[in-house]
Design a protein around this ligand. Sequence first.
Ligand SMILES: Nc1ncnc2c1ncn2[C@@H]1O[C@H](COP(=O)(O)OP(=O)(O)O)[C@@H](O)[C@H]1O
Ligand SMILES: [Mg+2]
Length: 260
Amino acid sequence: MLHIRELSLAFGKGAVPVLEGLSLDLQAGEFMSLIGPSGCGKSTLLRAITGLQKPSAGAVSLDVSPDEVAFLFQDDALLPWRSVRDNVALGLRNRGTRKAQARREADGWLAAVGLEGYGDRWPRQLSGGQRKRVAIAQCLALRPRVLLMDEPFASLDAIVRHYLTEDLMSWVERENLTVLMVTHDLEEAIALSDRVLLMGNGPRARIKGHFQVPLSRPRDLVGVRTEPAFRDLARDLWSALSEEVGPMSSTRPDLKVVNE
Ligand SMILES: Nc1ncnc2c1ncn2[C@@H]1O[C@H](COP(=O)(O)OP(=O)(O)O)[C@@H](O)[C@H]1O
Ligand SMILES: [Mg+2]
């Protein structure tokens, strides 16, 4: 579904490339997570996929049109001067849907993410978790086939995060979405994914390891964490990542340190 070939990316001519010779393939319907040391270039890679950042070399190709790709970022991009309904309707409006129709559809998506009746509110009147739900509604309204997420739940508390993740996963399963998610949470990566990719330390970062998650989907996101296969993989991933970061490295892992 997504193919990245020998991608290199430097910020400015003559600068040391952040990414170099990075390749990966994402299969249709696959949920893939990307973990790696802080600052290694994960967000840069996502921006290269979305076309926001131009690669210095290599190629990114998608089997679907760019219209079918949605992004969910850590900090939502809700416009403070538009109502919640109009924020959700915005993407539809940009695609040429008429105002009344876009608003009707927006209300439908708000209801679908548990925010029925919130359409007339302003973004500032919502909690962090509710704002994230609006951002999810914005994404889903575009009927994407591919979802790119950059630490989408990092700023939320554990309970809100749990319910949001469960809801999002039910959409992922229902719509058979192909997902690439950057996360700093190793256990979240395993719990949600079919495959976890470990990105090496930068500069000149590339993919250092592929870890297949030997658990079928859909999963019970709480129960799965007690499965022996889950624990084994968490241990393997943690040791691969520690190797990448190194005990005396100046780069801190942006990970939940389970054994500290
Ligand atoms: N716009 C930019 N200009 C120059 N350097 C950048 C820019 N964006 C990111 N970088 C650098 O690229 C590297 C990777 O950043 P980033 O992709 O944000 O890492 P990650 O998401 O893995 O934490 C970092 O060293 C960062 O300082
Ligand atoms: Mg980042």
